[in-house]
Design a protein around this ligand. Structure first.
Ligand code: UBG
Ligand code: MG
Ligand code: MG
Length: 380
């Protein structure tokens, strides 16, 4: 049995109401793939040297990603450990909602996601299914360029607290994509209440509530999810972090009294520079916008490179400006930010309606395979 959602059948509609994504928790993942309930992997933006060569250190200093797609149960574990309220209709990775939202932009792509509704909470969990990502020529090196840009554009703490070598030796640092800092946000898109988790490359200025001292403390304390009990974890945390966890204990909804860090975050991207008249460039910028918009990230920094992987320009853009930037170039048939949001609202409504027709814990796969349709397959 299956259900279909066709993009060409999406009814024109006004842009859905979307609340501000509010961070309810954050965590770090270390190179050994252990999860930590702190900000040890949080990085700070500081522009790289102009004309940096993104090939530098390849392959000697490259530790290629080995974690694989992360199960969504990791996010549930973090929220459980932090005693954060998990009331939501859908809990998933930000990257998967980006995939669903941007599917009409990439009619030739193919992917598969797995869904299941939890019997107790009624929440739908969605995670990566069978990967059918096709590889392309030079892919490993081009992925490296992206990761390398992140290393040469960030610092381990705010600039004031950095040593001269922290700043000047960035080009000699190893490139370890499995080290990640992740933010978990809660908000609604149209009629759907979501919790999304995603990787955040760095903060643009500073993260509210994190001082250089508390940052250093958290790097010393090891409150790994893997190796410690919850009580031990809280004891090990610096006072500033314990207070934050107590706040989380009490929260049923994001607290309006704590400043939301999300708008302070910054996404780093690399791209070959092409004019905005070029449809591929407009599509890419729209995908950059969607990925950051979904996690409430305030700024996107794009390192434009030439064909040889040398930076030619760095562009710092407020996320919300990207749709305006694209507007003068849009052709009538183009998908726009607003149209993608309309599609996403209806996709989410459709998904919820279909899943709720079946008993909890029924397994589903959501497939996209180059036919302008999403297909939700029901497995008994
Ligand atoms: P997205 O999709 O918004 O991407 C955010 C960032 O996650 C990207 O930054 C990449 O740095 C990383 N990422 C996304 N997709 C992949 C990928 N296919 N391979 C490697 N990195 C990726 N994360 C790891 O840390 N190590 C892995 O080995 C790894 N393998 C993955 C394999 C597959 C098939 C998929 C679908 C994802 C994989 N991921 C891996 C990503 C994680 O499962 C998870 O999605 C991520 O931790 C955070 O989720 P989102 O932020 O929602 O992911 O966009 O600047 O290139 P950038
Ligand atoms: Mg990244
Ligand atoms: Mg990035």
């Amino acid at each position: 049995m299956h259900y279909e959602f066709a993009f060409y059948q999406v009814r024109p509609s006004s842009t859905p109401s979307v609340s501000e994504p509010f961070e309810i928790a954050s965590y770090s993942m270390a190179e050994d793939c252990s999860f930590h309930l702190d900000d040890r992997q949080l990085r700070y933006y500081y522009p790289p040297l102009p004309h940096s060569d993104l090939n530098s250190g390849y392959p000697d200093k490259y530790h290629p990603p080995k974690a694989g797609a992360h199960p969504i149960s990791k996010v549930k574990d973090v929220l459980d450990k932090k005693h954060v309220d998990q009331k939501a209709e859908l809990i998933t990775w930000r990257g998967l909602i980006t995939k669903i939202m941007c599917a009409p932009l990439y009619p030739k792509s193919q992917w598969e996601l797995k869904l299941r509704m939890d019997a107790e909470s009624g929440t739908i969990f969605m995670e990566e299914g069978e990967s059918s990502e096709t590889t392309y020529e030079n892919q490993d090196r081009m992925c490296y360029w992206g990761y390398k840009f992140e290393v040469i554009s960030t610092l381990p703490t705010i600039w004031d607290a950095c040593s001269r070598s922290d700043i000047e030796e960035r080009d000699n640092q190893p490139v370890i994509p499995d080290e990640q800092y992740c933010s978990i946000v809660k908000y609604h898109i149209g009629r759907t209440r979501l919790i999304l988790a995603g990787e955040v490359d760095c903060v643009w200025d500073s993260k509210p509530g994190v001082t250089p001292d508390s940052d250093v403390d958290s790097k010393v304390n090891d409150d790994s999810l893997k190796s410690q009990t919850e009580g031990q974890q809280e004891e090990n945390l610096p006072a500033s972090k314990r207070r934050k966890m107590d706040d989380d204990n009490d929260s049923t909804d994001p607290s309006p009294t704590v400043e939301n860090p999300s708008p302070h975050y910054c996404e780093l991207k690399t791209s070959k520079k092409q004019p905005l008249e070029h449809v591929g460039m407009r599509r890419k910028l729209l995908k950059f916008w969607a990925q950051s918009y979904l996690l409430g990230i305030g700024t996107i920094v794009i390192g434009f490179r030439n064909d040889d992987g040398v930076l030619v320009e760095i562009k710092e853009l407020p996320t919300r400006q990207i749709p305006n930037l694209l507007r003068p170039y849009a052709k009538p048939q183009d998908w726009t930010a607003n149209r993608l949001l309309v599609v996403l609202e209806q996709e989410l409504d459709w998904l919820k309606k279909c899943v709720q027709k079946h008993p909890p814990n029924t397994k589903f796969t959501l497939q996209y395979s180059a036919n302008g349709k999403l297909i939700l397959r029901v497995h008994s």
